[in-house]
Every structure is written in structure tokens, then in C-alpha cells.
Design a protein around this ligand. Structure first.
Ligand SMILES: C[S@@+](CC[C@H](N)C(=O)[O-])C[C@H]1O[C@@H](n2cnc3c(N)ncnc32)[C@H](O)[C@@H]1O
Length: 338
């Protein structure tokens, strides 16, 4: 087993679906229910008049609750790499007027974008990673197994290369490495070779084609908990969006942007993301990076974060009412004065 959480496709997926779609049925435009909202608000401690950043607006469910909690004068900077998410958030958050400032930006740019928008020292920063139900339900984006449209998978469709380009150009060795690194896929080699053979006959352009190809190239399991293509889809999405690189840059930016006492809250949905968050908080809590054999600290690094305790997962009732929340893991930390 690869150590991933139960649902490697993120909050919008149903990892136990065996029907060939993360939705477990026909993909459709569905609302996105914000995950662990009470726990997020409690950890952020977004009180009246505070300044907050939601780096992953999505359907703006968390953002709406944060703005309510920080009334009457609290302000929120909301980011999303996806223009459609920004347009939706504008509609949902319109009633907050200029208390909500929205930008279509990748959160890897946070350290530059936030000060420019007047959010250079904030009380809270939320990152709710992965993709939203809106993105998954949009068949033209290629996130879901049954998407008949182009296999794109970019959060920001105006930049970078779509997943279909990677499938068309990487050789079998590179594809294998990608599926292993970002999907922890045990049949990475077989799947890559099958892709190379298939694309020599016809290009692989749709999610549906890829899902069927993966399914044909791996042994049929005795019992399926997840669709056989789940890890391959996760790997492609992570690579296309450089999700782990963006996460590292966003976490580093939090150190610059949070004022002492400010809170960082991250919701992750698979072990690759969570490992980065956990190690980042642990390292910043430790401060000193001197090797253990050095008797006195010579690096001079001081702790910049204090962990807010063990990671948390959704309550059973939430998982029951929103099964997509089941793979979520929340971690929080507080910025400490230098
Ligand atoms: C799980 S959804 C967020 C849902 C949101 N919290 C809500 O309440 O509806 C994740 C969102 O983050 C966006 N996203 C993922 N990585 C990003 C990045 N590096 N920069 C900006 N947005 C990103 C995705 O486009 C998606 O809309």
C-alpha cells in the first residue's frame, strides 16, 4: 500500500467509487461543500476585524464563513489559480463588498501578491489543497475519469502544458518516474509502456481514454476500493500544476506574511501533500538546523512556528454527510515572534 490517504484524488473525489468516475456516476455541476469548516474557523481564530488570506478560494465556502466570522470590518484576500473559481467567488462574496479582495493567482506568488493587495501582515492564512467539485464536474477540464473533453487538468488553463501534452511527449521512463513519484503507482512501468504503445496508434486526448487504458493494463484486483486509474490521474494533476512546488512556495510565504500570533491552516488530501506540511511545521518549530554533533547552535535559526497540536480529520458525521471530506487532514501552526 502506498501510504496515501484513502482518497488520493482530493476533496472532490470519491476514492471508493468503482464506477469509473470519481463522482461515482455521471459527472455534473455540483456545489462544493467546504471541508471541516468548524475546525478551520476554530484553528484560524478569525475574530472581528482580522485580516485573512484564503489561498484556495474554490467555491468560496470557507471564505464566506471567514468573512462572517471577521465582521464587521475584517478583510479577506482570496486567491485561486482558476479563473472560473474567481468568477464564482465574486458572485458568492459580493455581499461583503470591499471586505473581500479577489485575485486570480497561483499561491506560489503569495509573497508578492499579498503585500501588493494590502495584505502584507495577516492574522490567518488558509490553504485547502487539491481541486473542487466544480472542477471535477466540468467535463471539459479532464479531471474526472469520464470526462470526454480534452485531458487538460490545469487549474489555470492559460498557463503551462495540459496533461495530454505530457502523455504525448514523455517517454516511458519519464512517465514511469512521474506515476511513481506523484502517484506512488505500483504498476507505473506497465501503464507507461501501454501508453507509449497506444499513442503510437492514436493520440490519448481524453480522460475517458486514459482511464480505460489504465484499467486494461493493470491486473484486475479481487476487490476494488479505488478506480485503477486514480493514482495515475493524481500524478498527472500534481505534475501539470506543479502542486508540490507551489505548496512549498506557499508555505514559505506564510512565514513572511503572518504576523506574530497569526495562524496557518492547511487541509491536505493525500500523503504527499501532508508530508510536506508536517515537515515544514516541524522544521520551523525546531528552528536550529545545526547537525546534532555540533554542541552549540551556530546556525542562529530560531523557531518561527508553533505547532497547534496533532493533525485532525473530519468527524464521522461530516464524512457521512460529505463523503468527499473523508481523506482530509488538517494541520495548524501559529507564527511566533522572532
Ligand atoms: C479544495 S478547493 C477549495 C475549496 C474551498 N475551500 C471552498 O470552500 O469551496 C481547492 C482550490 O484551490 C485551487 N488551487 C489549487 N492549487 C492552487 C495554487 N497553487 N494556487 C492557487 N489556487 C490553487 C484550485 O483551483 C481549487 O479551486
Amino acid at each position: 500500500m502506498n501510504g496515501n490517504f484513502r482518497d488520493p484524488l482530493g476533496p472532490a473525489s470519491d476514492g471508493e467509487s468503482v464506477e469509473g468516475s470519481p463522482e461515482g456516476g455521471a459527472e455534473r455541476e455540483v456545489g462544493h461543500l467546504p471541508v471541516m469548516v468548524d475546525e478551520v474557523l476554530e484553528t484560524l481564530a478569525a475574530n472581528a476585524d482580522s485580516l485573512q488570506i484564503d489561498a484556495t478560494l474554490g467555491g468560496a465556502g470557507h471564505a464566506e464563513r471567514i468573512l462572517e466570522a471577521s465582521a464587521p470590518d475584517g478583510r479577506l484576500l482570496g486567491l485561486d489559480a482558476d479563473g472560473a473559481a474567481i468568477a464564482r467567488a465574486h458572485r458568492r462574496l459580493a455581499r461583503f463588498g470591499d471586505r473581500a479582495v479577489l485575485r486570480q493567482t497561483n499561491f506560489r506568488e503569495l509573497a508578492q501578491v499579498a503585500p501588493e493587495a494590502g495584505f502584507g501582515a495577516v492574522d490567518g492564512l488558509l490553504m485547502d489543497l487539491g481541486l473542487s467539485s466544480y472542477q471535477l464536474g466540468d467535463v471539459g477540464r479532464g479531471f474526472g475519469f469520464r470526462a470526454g473533453g480534452r485531458l487538460d487538468m490545469r487549474f489555470d488553463t492559460s498557463r503551462g502544458r495540459p496533461a495530454s501534452d505530457l502523455l504525448a511527449t514523455l517517454d516511458a521512463v519519464e512517465l514511469t518516474a512521474l506515476f511513481r513519484k506523484y502517484g506512488e503507482e505500483p504498476f507505473a512501468g506497465r501503464i507507461s509502456r501501454a501508453i507509449v504503445v497506444a499513442r503510437s496508434k492514436a493520440p490519448i486526448e481524453t480522460a475517458e481514454q486514459l482511464a480505460a487504458l489504465v484499467e486494461r493494463s493493470v491486473p484486475a484486483p479481487r476487490a476494488r476500493r479505488i478506480h485503477p486509474a486514480t493514482r495515475v490521474f493524481q500524478a498527472l494533476r500534481i505534475a501539470v500544476n506543479d502542486e508540490l512546488g507551489a505548496l512549498e512556495a506557499g508555505l514559505a510565504a506564510s512565514l513572511v506574511l503572518l504576523r506574530p500570533g497569526g495562524r496557518l491552516v492547511v487541509l491536505s488530501y493525500h500523503s504527499l501533500e501532508d508530508r510536506i506540511v508536517k515537515r515544514f511545521i516541524a522544521a520551523e518549530q525546531r528552528g536550529c538546523v545545526c547537525p546534532p554533533r555540533v554542541p552549540i547552535c551556530v546556525c542562529g535559526r530560531r523557531p518561527r512556528l508553533r505547532s497547534l497540536g496533532r493533525s485532525r480529520t473530519p468527524r464521522a458525521a461530516e464524512i457521512q454527510s460529505n463523503p468527499r471530506s473523508r481523506s482530509a487532514r488538517l494541520r495548524g501552526a501559529e507564527r511566533v515572534a522572532a
